[in-house]
Design a protein around this ligand. Structure first.
Ligand code: MOS
Length: 737
């Protein structure tokens, strides 16, 4: 199905199943331990051996020698894989550094060896016996130091252009009566998902099966095949349950490759999980940014000039953190400029983490908006409303498909009690606490991706959906089941959803908040075909649009046939939704507003979030229950970004020091207070036949700044360097009276 004209009325609009708050159909499996993760697949291959990964002990340089014989002779050891004996390896299109390093080392904890043994303990013990001698090269590990050498990045995959300019920014900014010129920094962050990267590999002749944890089955299959130098048809990737990804599992990683190589070397299936302390430096992370924002307004607060420049770093061949993305689209203003600058760093590989671009970009932009609103003497909610635009401000002929940004701000302000806020910073007290309220916009682009599915009805009348779509904890199983149930007129209990297997049609996968909308659109497309087939088989109609699918029956022309009867021995249809250029004609984005109240301890400057509200406008909400879970999870992650998360770099050696969950802090339950989420009624027929959009990443965009703005309002101390820890507040705290 080609989706290149706006959707008209279709069976999804009945909203009998879609749009209803629905429990996750995989929930009972998750809760009873019957939804196994990759490392737990003891059932899939006999005689599994264990692999243990050795990571490089330098950030850049070369291996001079590697002493493995003692390890090889250790009890239970079956094989040791290194670059020296692995044979020629290619590199996946989406990997920046080699997954198996040596002799050249590109980053700290780059894998240099895999020890395979009968037990995990034997593999781990033997791994400690490997002696590696390195010659350390001089690496660049400091973004601030590398900033002046940064250049405009090449390529514009998901990042758009490296630079944009409209009108005369410099002149208009210089002439503006109200000006802000401020620089903000965000640190390197880690996905730190609960389930580590884990894979089991088994060879059957020259065919490889990999049970793994991966968000993008087709990408993983392609890149693993390319790395091994075998046809992708010889690789099967299976990943039905995933314990969190956040972008960290978008790409095939070292444990998958090493499991495959280890299994080949040992001649039997091998399972490998990265240990927690390896994950932070071995896999990808969200790169740190330095962001300079300049905004000029008229005396009454209309933006006349806005510029956003962002610096980030990555390994050679890597890409930028596209933190200026939202500034191209969020606010009006005739004179504008954005620029991305990429420095070469030898830190571990940077890449996508939940809402790449907008998440750190909004952390900076939305403090800047708070600051300029204050300078202009305008309430920050009002300032945002005043500077709304209904068209792409860089290309005014291009409207937004839907933009209920102002509605989000207004409703949020009303529900949060913004009216009661004393605009003066540092002036609201409650016991030992200074109390502040902050607001920030939420913005994230809506991406769509080609997505396929196979849907069938078996002779018992069960509906079976198969697609290589993944569920990373997001609720994919459920929204897909809702879609098929709606289209075929059966209760959701009658739908069986099978995901995460490369033998199923290629889907959009889970990334960039495109998953739910794109994957259900693929299921919709397959269901449209299946309805046609079923109506024909029932002898009711050649035109499926005339047939009504309801209550397990197909009805047309006053006759009615049970679905199971029409299916006979079983019938299956497959299709792929492909998106035309509607996203070029219209700007598709998702919007929201975040409101946060914090308390800051007057004596210690300890920060406590007291309540949070998000109002979101993101197309049709397919399942309000799982969508809410996505948004509150994202809000929680936003609090982490605001107050805790930071990979601390040892700039001498080039590694993230706090590489475990004791040192890398994320919010726990006690850090998160009452959270509320409101979805505005919206359908977006430009986006897809589902009329939905993404929401899982919208929820994090802006949260950090809303927290920062609330802290400023509470204390009068403006911190522009994340995370906002109490040491950054103490010196500026108001004196106690
Ligand atoms: Mo997302 S960072 O594209 O998983």
């Amino acid at each position: 199905m080609k989706f290149d004209t706006p959707a008209t009325t279709n069976p999804i609009d009945q909203l009998r199943v879609v749009g209803k708050p629905t429990d996750r159909i995989d929930g009972p499996h998750k809760a009873t331990g019957t939804a196994p993760y990759a490392y737990e697949r003891h059932d899939v291959a006999r005689n599994q051996a264990y692999g243990y990964v050795v990571g490089a002990g330098i950030g850049k340089g070369r291996i001079m020698s590697m002493d493995t014989p003692a390890a090889r002779r250790a009890p239970g050891v079956l094989a040791i894989v290194t670059a020296a004996n692995a044979g020629k390896l290619g590199k996946g299109q989406r990997n920046t550094a080699a997954l198996l390093g040596g002799p050249e080392i590109q980053h700290y904890h780059q894998a240099v060896a895999l020890v395979v043994a009968e037990t995990f303990e034997q593999a781990r013990a033997a791994a400690q016996m490997i002696r590696v001698r390195y010659t350390a090269g001089k690496g660049a590990f400091d973004l601030a130091a590398a900033r002046d050498a940064a250049v405009a990045p090449k390529g514009d995959d998901f990042s758009g252009k490296p630079e944009t300019a409209v009108g005369d920014f410099a002149g208009s900014f210089a002439a503006a009566p109200v000006q802000l010129d401020a620089t903000y920094t965000t640190p390197d962050q880690s996905h730190a998902m609960m389930e580590p990267h884990a894979s089991i590999a088994a060879w059957n002749g020259d065919r490889l099966t990999l049970w793994t944890a991966n968000q993008m089955i087709a990408w993983g299959r392609e890149d693993l095949a390319a790395t091994l130098g075998i046809p992708k048809e010889n690789v099967r990737v299976i990943s039905p349950y995933i314990g969190g990804g956040f972008g960290g599992k978008l790409f095939v990683r070292a444990e998958a490759l090493l499991a495959a190589l280890g299994a080949r070397a040992a001649g039997r299936p091998v399972k490998v999980a990265l240990t927690r302390p390896l994950m932070f430096n071995n896999t990808t992370h969200r790169p740190a940014t330095i962001q300079r924002i300049r905004i000029g307004t008229t005396r009454d607060g209309k933006i006349t000039a806005i510029a956003h420049e962002s610096w980030s770093g990555d390994l050679p061949g890597g890409g930028p953190e596209t933190a200026v993305q939202q500034t191209r689209l969020l606010y009006a203003g005739a004179n504008r400029m954005t620029a991305l600058r990429l420095a070469t760093l030898d830190l571990p590989e940077g890449n996508a983490m939940r809402a790449p671009g907008e998440a750190p970009g909004m952390m900076a932009l939305e403090i800047a908006i708070d600051e300029i609103a204050e300078k202009a003497g305008i309430d920050p909610v009002q300032f945002r409303i005043l500077n709304d635009t209904q068209v792409d401000p860089e290309k005014p002929a291009r409207p937004f498909s839907q933009r209920q940004f102002v509605q989000c701000l207004r409703l949020g302000a009303e529900r949060f009690g913004w009216q009661a806020r004393n605009p003066k910073p540092g002036a609201t007290k409650a016991g030992q606490w200074l109390v502040g309220m902050g607001v920030a916009s939420a913005f994230r682009n809506n991406l769509v991706m080609k997505s396929g599915a196979r849907v069938g009805v078996d002779k018992g009348g069960r509906v079976i959906v198969e697609t290589d779509m993944t569920d990373i904890g997001t609720g994919s199983y459920t929204v897909i089941a809702q879609t098929a149930a709606e289209m075929l007129g059966v209760p959701i209990e009658q739908v069986v959803v099978r995901l995460g297997d490369s033998s199923f049609p290629v889907s959009a996968g889970s990334g960039g908040q495109w998953g739910a909308n794109s994957a259900t659109s693929g299921v919709y497309a397959a269901c449209v075909k299946l309805r046609q087939l079923l109506a024909q088989r029932a002898g009711l109609s050649v035109n499926a649009t005339d047939a009504v699918f309801e209550g397990g029956q197909i009805r047309a022309g006053g006759r009615s046939v049970p679905l199971a009867q029409a299916a006979g021995e079983g019938v299956t249809a497959e299709d792929t939704v492909e998106f035309g250029d509607l996203d070029k004609q219209y700007q598709q984005s998702t919007f929201g507003a975040h409101f946060v109240e914090v308390g800051v301890d007057m004596a210690t400057a300890e920060i406590r979030v007291r309540r949070m509200l998000a109002v979101c406008a993101a197309g049709r909400i397919l399942n309000p229950k799982s969508a809410r879970s996505q948004v509150i999870g994202a809000m929680t992650m936003g609090v982490g970004a605001a107050l805790m998360e930071e990979l601390a770099i040892d700039k001498r050696v080039g590694f993230f020091v706090n590489h475990d969950l004791a040192g890398y802090e994320v919010p726990v339950h006690a850090d998160i207070p009452h959270q509320e989420v409101i979805f505005l009624d919206e359908v977006d027929p430009i986006s897809s036949p589902m009329k939905a959009k993404g929401v899982g990443e919208l929820g994090i965009c802006g949260v950090g700044a809303a927290v920062a703005n609330a802290i400023y309002h509470a204390t009068g101390v403006r911190v522009r360097d994340y995370p906002i820890t109490l040491d950054k507040l103490l010196a500026g705290m108001p004196t106690m009276v």
